[in-house]
Design a protein around this ligand. Structure first.
Ligand code: CO8
Length: 259
């Protein structure tokens, strides 16, 4: 499919970058963009090792859901839009490989929610984060109440959501909303460095780790620990486990086959 709002590239082998591009609205998410994202995740090449999501230009990651499109929604339309966006973001969160958000500017409302559906968030110094929905008479609708609370705790989540206040990248780093903050011209270099470190590791192990961390999110402690035990053991069915341990003991680099 030819995308109108997504630019897809391969900045390094086994790594794909998805750039959301709607410059006139600072990459705000309208239904067409969400549909393209849905198509992208539904047709992803599962052999890719890392996905990077970013926004076009040097000002905005995603400035939220498209306010012009939402303005005249009735309740049923709002529910449908909210559910569709939440479904796309859940699919992003559940992709088998790690997803890195390269947050290159505004990450507001749905933009903040999108980056929170990614595994890792790297921000440029000019990035701005917030859930300003209450200023528009609504609440976060793409899973922000859930994921922000999980990421930074209910205290900071409630403060950000009730005040609608935006915070700069360094403040987002302090509360654990982002993993690192780097100068804008170094953002992709830094993100690709992390991607390279991931790609060098055993694919089955990385993807299993992601799945276990995600699945453990809502489990009881006993169930979470049992799931980790089970999936840890399952790694021993892989050739890559044998290769990784043999390589270590023979003091040579491992060559993983994703088997
Ligand atoms: N939606 C639509 N258009 C937008 C959006 C947006 N979220 N953000 C910016 N734009 C447009 C502006 O209207 C403007 O268009 P135009 O040039 O035609 O006037 C253009 O982008 C540039 O914007 P500004 O001139 O405002 O640029 P500034 O640099 O002065 O300001 C800001 C940038 C701070 C990002 C400012 O544009 C802003 O505050 N934008 C809105 C941010 C916001 O409130 N985001 C949250 C939206 S609500 C949401 O995301 C809910 C998600 C859940 C939905 C659930 C479904 C029911």
């Amino acid at each position: 499919m030819d995308y109108q709002f997504l630019k897809i590239s391969q900045p390094m082998p086994q790594v794909e970058s998805v750039t959301i591009s709607a410059p006139k609205s600072l990459n705000a998410l309208n239904l067409d963009i969400l549909k393209e994202l849905m198509h992208y995740v539904d047709h992803i090449d599962n052999t890719l090792r890392v996905i990077i999501i970013t926004g076009d230009g040097n000002k905005s990651f995603v400035a939220g859901a498209d306010i012009a499109q939402m303005q005249n929604f009735n309740e049923a339309e709002a529910l449908s839009f909210s559910q569709y966006g939440a479904e796309v973001f859940l699919k992003i969160e559940n992709l088998p490989m790690p997803v890195i958000a390269a947050v290159n500017g505004f990450a507001l409302g749905g933009g903040c929610e999108l980056c929170m559906a990614c595994d890792i968030r790297i921000a440029s110094e000019n990035a701005l984060f917030g859930q300003p929905e209450v200023k528009l008479g609504i609440i976060p609708g793409f899973s922000g109440t859930y994921r922000l609370s999980k990421l930074v705790g209910q205290g900071f989540a409630k403060e950000l959501i009730y005040t609608g206040r935006n915070i700069k990248a360094d403040a987002a780093l302090k509360i654990g909303l982002v993993n690192a903050v780097v100068p804008q011209d170094e953002l992709m270099i830094y993100v690709l460095k992390i991607a390279g470190q991931i790609v060098a590791n055993a694919p089955i192990a990385v993807n299993t780790a992601k799945q276990v961390i995600n699945d453990n999110y809502d489990l009881s402690r006993e169930d979470a620990l049992a799931l980790e035990n089970k999936q840890f053991a399952a790694c021993f069915n892989s050739e890559d486990q044998k290769e990784g341990m043999t390589a270590f003991l023979n003091k040579r680099p491992a060559t993983f086959k994703n088997k």
